[in-house]
Design a protein around this ligand. Structure first.
Ligand code: ARG
Length: 282
């Protein structure tokens, strides 16, 4: 095994991000569509709000722009803004949810983007859950399938954005979105970098990842099982769960700066920092 000591790790450069988040005033767990959700365990709404506000404050301290879309009554999962769209310099792709419980979120996000100069938003034919399953890294678009986003949607996104999409099959129901199994640490085409939990992928997809990112950080069960992979990186700072201590150490060895933010109450819906954050690229 090769490790990079802090002394030899490359200098990591932060990139200012433009972020969309959705306020959690209507967040609760009233249905179960992933193994993290338990309708019998009550959610502490005040705590969820305080933790979410801390996430926004952390982004602002890092110099990122944070824009807020107000939550909609009856759409408790809308706080997971990553699922609202995929916004790239080549265009914006809207979403179509796998579960009817979340269907109403799609138009709310698409309309917000169009009203804020980030349209037109392509209304998809096939199921895709936005940046939950569609991640930009360098020239690639990595796309998850197996639980939510359909394989046919990968081709649709490829057509709409005109950039190649690499499909990765997720096989562990705990890691139902690509962003629960893989962190894009640096999306800059000059030095793309990811970290991932191999156990979340089928064998063919693991081989694809090894070929694309031979030097990638591969994390263990202890990181994945606290949803540690669900982190937001600006190329230098990585906002992640304080429970992912081992991951934080591994990132520091590689020259990244871990920024722990506790989102334990939002984890009850099956989401962490990345789930709550949509990157607006233009
Ligand atoms: N309860 C939500 C769902 O199951 C959580 C979504 C988390 N989002 C994400 N990008 N992984 O759909």
């Amino acid at each position: 095994m090769t490790t990079t000591s802090p002394a030899t790790a490359p200098e990591r450069l932060a990139r200012p991000l433009d972020l969309l988040v959705c306020s959690p005033e209507h967040f609760t767990v009233s249905y179960e569509i992933n193994p993290w959700m338990d309708t019998t365990a009550p959610v502490d709404a005040g705590r969820a709000l305080a933790q979410w506000e801390e996430l926004c404050a952390a982004f602002e301290r890092l110099g990122h722009r944070v824009r807020v879309l107000p939550g909609v009554p009856g759409l408790p999962d809308m706080v997971y803004a990553a699922n609202g769209a995929l916004v790239t310099a080549r265009g914006s792709v809207g979403v179509r949810f796998a579960h009817p419980e979340r269907a109403g979120e799609a138009e709310a996000y698409a309309r917000w983007l169009e009203e804020h100069g980030l349209g037109p938003v392509h209304r998809p034919v096939h199921v895709n859950e936005g940046e939950g399953d569609l991640l930009v890294v360098g020239e690639h678009l990595l796309a998850g399938h197996g639980f939510r986003t359909e394989l046919a949607a990968h081709r649709e996104v490829e057509r709409v954005l005109g950039r190649p999409v690499t499909s990765l099959r997720l096989v562990d129901p705990r890691f139902y979105h690509l962003d629960t199994a893989l962190t894009v640490l640096d999306e800059d085409p000059a030095h793309p970098d990811v970290a991932y939990f191999p156990g979340a992928f089928d064998e063919a997809s693991r081989r694809v990842l090894e070929e694309l990112f031979p030097h990638a950080l591969r994390t263990g069960e202890e990181t994945a099982e606290v949803l540690g992979m669900n982190a937001v990186s600006d190329g230098r700072h990585v906002v992640l769960s304080p429970r992912a201590q081992r991951y934080a150490d591994q990132l520091a060895e590689r020259g990244y700066v871990p920024v722990p933010v506790d989102l334990s109450e939002l984890l009850r819906g099956g989401g962490g920092a990345k789930c709550c954050t949509l990157v607006l690229r233009q």
